[in-house]
Design a binder for this molecule. Structure first.
Ligand SMILES: *Cc1c(COP(=O)(O)O)cnc(C)c1O
Length: 352
């Protein structure tokens, strides 16, 4: 790996006490090119603009994939959470977008080298972390629609505070109404920018109505719950943890996976199955809807306090975080910040 260090760190200009999400970037970035049918030697260079042709095909047809994982300050070490899982998903996404496979050693070593070099950028305050954004894009310059022969994989990192302004306070969701996120066989289970492009307009409408995010319903029957804009979703009904099954339209979240794993460890009854919005409304009316929460790398666990579907408004747990939501949050963040023993081998550590 080639490493070119910056001559002037920008760290002193960053207010680490008031970090937002993804607005500041560490001193370096990683870059690795794919050409002649193979990934070339990766390099770490000062963070900065890159020069590309306006004819670069990913601008026009969106052949791109991204990931999002985090590194946490844990006293005597920095913990990167489940990087192997993110690598696995990265390659699944790449396959669907005809982007070449990257082996685990390359993916992990680039991330580890970058975080090690910018180790002072891992914030130390409670709830803070270094967000790691790997992404890959097609770099051939042409306007025909075809699979690119060349690619560039990059990693940038950003010190972040708590993801939601509300913190662990419950968010308000509104169902997708006239819009759909994905249909079976499409890109729903792939971490690719197109899914976010499609979600912006509905998300703006939701915000204008006073809601935090859109709760996506399925594209065929318009009643089965899929996920939230940037999170998977879980319900606790009658002491059973229910989350929509991965049927091809839902992003397979690593946090979702961690929650399911822990639920099984703890002997909580769990069902991965289709769940309709009407089942949730019904449970709410019967008083059996106990908790609703989103799961995602950015927020870990995000309690849902209110769901609106057409004219129905479901209030959840009096707008407070539920017991189980809190337990998942405490366990996952406990492992991430090294406060709890990493029983499951979920962290890749860099010793300080
Ligand atoms: C990344 C993402 C998630 C959450 O996945 P995590 O691996 O838990 O961060 C959920 N939904 C969508 C659409 C996503 O892009």
């Amino acid at each position: 790996m080639k490493i070119e260090k910056t001559l002037q760190s920008k760290r002193h200009g960053v207010d680490f006490e008031n970090l937002k999400f993804g607005e500041r970037f560490s001193d370096h970035m990683a870059s690795c090119e794919y050409r002649d049918d193979k990934w070339q030697t990766p390099e770490i260079i000062p963070f900065g603009n890159i020069s590309v042709s306006p004819a670069m095909c990913c601008f026009h047809y969106g052949q791109m994939v991204f990931e999002g994982l985090k590194a946490f300050y844990a006293g005597d070490r920095i913990n990167i959470f489940r990087p192997e899982k993110y690598h696995e998903r990265h390659n699944r996404s790449c396959k669907r977008l005809c982007i070449p496979y990257m082996d685990q050693e390359l993916f992990l070593s680039v991330i580890k080298a970058l975080v090690t070099l910018d180790i002072d950028w891992v914030p130390r305050g409670s709830g803070t972390s270094l967000y790691i954004r790997p992404f890959v894009f097609a770099t051939e310059n042409f306007l025909g629609v075809k699979v690119s022969d060349t690619y560039r994989f990059m990693v940038i990192t950003s010190p972040v505070g708590a993801y939601y302004k509300e913190g662990l306070n419950p968010v308000k969701l509104i169902t997708s109404g006239a819009y759909t996120r994905a249909a079976r066989g499409g890109l729903g289970e792939v971490k690719t920018p197109a899914n976010y492009a499609a979600s912006l307009f509905p998300a703006e409408e939701a915000k204008n109505k006073g809601y935090t995010q859109v709760l996506w319903l399925d594209g065929i029957e318009d009643k089965f719950i899929e996920e939230v804009g940037t999170m998977n979703i879980c319900f606790v009904i009658n002491d059973i943890l229910i989350t929509p099954s991965l049927d091809g339209t839902i992003l397979p979240g690593i946090t979702r996976d961690s929650v399911i794993f822990l639920a099984k460890e703890w002997g909580i009854k769990i069902e991965e199955r289709p769940i309709s919005i009407y089942e949730v409304i019904d449970a709410s009316k019967k008083g059996t809807l106990q908790e609703v929460f989103g799961t995602g790398t950015a927020a870990v666990i995000s309690p849902v306090g209110e769901i609106r579907h057409k004219d129905e408004i479901i209030m959840v747990n009096n707008g407070r975080i539920g017991e189980l939501s809190q337990k998942f949050y405490d366990e996952i963040t406990g492992i991430q910040y090294g406060k709890l023993k990493d029983k499951y081998g979920w962290t890749m550590s860099i010793l300080l």
